[in-house]
Design a protein around this ligand. Sequence first.
Ligand code: ZN
Length: 256
Amino acid sequence: MHVTYLPMSWKSGDNYCYLLTDEESSQSWLIDPAYPSDIMDYLTKKNKTEVASIVNTHHHYDHAGGNGQLLSSLYKSVPVIAGKDSPYVSYTPSDEEVIQLGKNIEITALHTPCHTQDSICYYAKDKLTDEKCVFTGDTLFTCGCGRFFEGTAEQMNTSLTKLMSLPDETVTYPGHEYTASNAKFAKTVFGNNNKALNELEKFAKTHEFTTGSFTIKDEKAFNPFVRLTDPYVVRATGKNDPIEALAELRTMKDIF
Ligand SMILES: [Zn+2]
């Protein structure tokens, strides 16, 4: 299993497109290729793999907005796997549906409604090497989570809990590079009392691209949005109820 991250709309949206490749068959999923002109050079000159599917984590234009252009240029007969609200979608997997990529990769679609109702995270496992990773779109960011545009705190809590139940060693690939600002916000919650967060803050200062550097285990350690019963989260939000704490954290982050 190989993952290539392709930065798009950098210094503006700080978006990531991903190419997930099964090395034995050279087949790939192209995930959230929203800005084709930013990645065209890579796709046409450097990428030797065959794109089996275009995949979207959700319907927002900065994730799904490139589908039409890619279908009419590079990938004329490639299916689009995405939630029901994405443009040009040809297949929407059901929750927990497993899709094979190439020879060795099994991908489980995890419905994670809240940021949008059609949000889907994709958990990939290589049967040969046992590597695991998850593409989390705008549901889970490194040390953060997405805005609740189409859902409730309860839904986001259910979605994040689902992701946190993946194996600890699962590498996370979010839809945007927000790590530095998320760590800054998390410091207002934990102060200097979270060692993992202190390390994350240092890492973010020296790395422009942090995607693929952290795991589900790391998120459980430093992400306030999945540590809702942590005494520092309870204190910062003033809420003992985890759902209320999550709603309050999101409101605090929205105005941060
Ligand atoms: Zn979004």
